[in-house]
Design a protein around this ligand. Structure first.
Ligand SMILES: *[C@@H]1O[C@H](CO)[C@@H](O)[C@H](O)[C@H]1NC(C)=O
Ligand SMILES: *[C@@H]1O[C@H](CO)[C@@H](O)[C@H](O)[C@H]1NC(C)=O
Ligand SMILES: *[C@@H]1O[C@H](CO)[C@@H](O)[C@H](O)[C@H]1NC(C)=O
Length: 309
């Protein structure tokens, strides 16, 4: 229901488009924020959303005034949502995944090889999942995008919408699992997102075929060292607990549980062994769309890490 109300609010603003103008003098900061993020609320809803906006603003200010903080928060498109609403609109609504019993294949690395700091973020672009819990689909389509760029020398975009519509082991905008999406890409393949563009809601499966297929995929193992080694080759799709990511802006994040409810793409780690993770909430969120997580199993990053091979 909430999803529908917010979708309609967004669509009506898009329809009104350029005709929506008010004099900037009379605009409140909430109205300026609404305009910037293409949101439109009316009546009671507007009054309520403004209260939530102000409470979030205060919370962000308090957080950023703490001199001990390791990360900053910032205002973004989620300002008018409570944390519960944020979780129900943007994260997986499915039960936390059970660890899939897939055999770890022969290790493709030598454990004694020295590790290099690495960052593959330029091989995939930041996407915007909209009001749809499709992080799992973008995590996998972006990992295919990066794989083709790094191993295949081709710049492609693989369709996340196809996974939302056609992967019958997942639940579209209500969530899914990275290994099921990889299974789909192995069995069926993905279309280019040029031919199967993202619309941000589940629709009927339009094409159950695609030119971008993967040979296989494997569980990376749940140790810091295995993820670091696999990242030497190319990015890894990871499950994370993103319940507290709503206002992350920059710095090193650690403030989370380990119950996987979202998927993103680990693209490397820095000199301090912090994970660099690309998200699908647009460039305006986090560090140009990415988050840095402290080392180890922060936000459960080691528990559902799968790499295409
Ligand atoms: C976040 O970025 C701002 C602006 O670049 C910087 O001043 C601040 O120190 C950063 N915060 C952290 C925790 O790294
Ligand atoms: C892929 O894109 C990058 C960055 O835009 C560009 O530098 C590179 O030449 C492209 N590669 C191919 C094979 O088109
Ligand atoms: C974001 O990207 C811009 C332009 O590429 C760059 O100047 C800036 O430093 C980046 N910011 C962060 C936090 O990485």
């Amino acid at each position: 229901m909430l999803r529908q109300i917010l979708t309609i609010a967004t669509i009506s603003l898009l329809l009104i488009g350029n005709n929506y103008q008010t004099s900037s003098q009379s605009q409140t900061e909430f109205e300026i924020w609404q305009q910037k993020h293409h949101k439109m609320y009316f009546g009671e809803e507007k009054i309520y959303r403004e209260t939530v906006f102000q409470a979030n603003k205060k919370m962000i200010e308090n957080h950023n005034n703490d001199e001990q903080r390791s990360y900053d928060m910032g205002e973004n498109q989620f300002m008018a949502l409570t944390q519960d609403e944020f979780i129900s609109l943007y994260l997986n609504q499915l039960d936390a995944p059970k660890l899939e019993q897939i055999e770890q294949r022969e290790q493709i690395f030598n454990i004694d090889e020295p590790l290099k700091q690495i960052d593959w973020s330029s091989f995939s672009t930041i996407k915007e999942q909209g009001i749809c819990g499709a992080g799992w689909a973008f995590s996998v389509s972006n990992s295919i995008e990066a794989w083709y760029g790094i191993r295949g020398g081709r710049n492609i975009t693989a369709s996340a919408q196809q996974l939302v519509d056609c992967d019958s082991y997942s639940k579209g905008c209500y969530g899914g699992y990275n290994y099921n999406a990889m299974h789909y890409a192995q069995q069926i393949g993905l279309m280019s997102s040029y031919y199967y563009p993202y619309v941000g809601q589940q629709q009927g499966c339009r094409y159950n075929r695609g030119e971008f297929r993967i040979n296989n995929y494997q569980f990376v193992g749940n140790q810091q060292q295995t993820l670091q080694h696999y990242l030497q080759n190319y990015p890894v799709s990871v499950g994370v607990d993103a319940s507290n990511w709503q206002f992350y802006k920059n710095g090193t994040f650690y403030d989370c549980g380990q119950t996987v409810n979202h998927y993103a793409l680990a693209v490397g780690f820095d000199f301090g062994y912090n994970w660099i993770v690309q998200n699908s909430w647009g460039y305006g969120w986090g560090e140009n769309g990415s988050i840095k997580l402290s080392p180890g199993n922060t936000c459960g990053i080691l528990s559902q890490a799968y790499q295409i091979v």
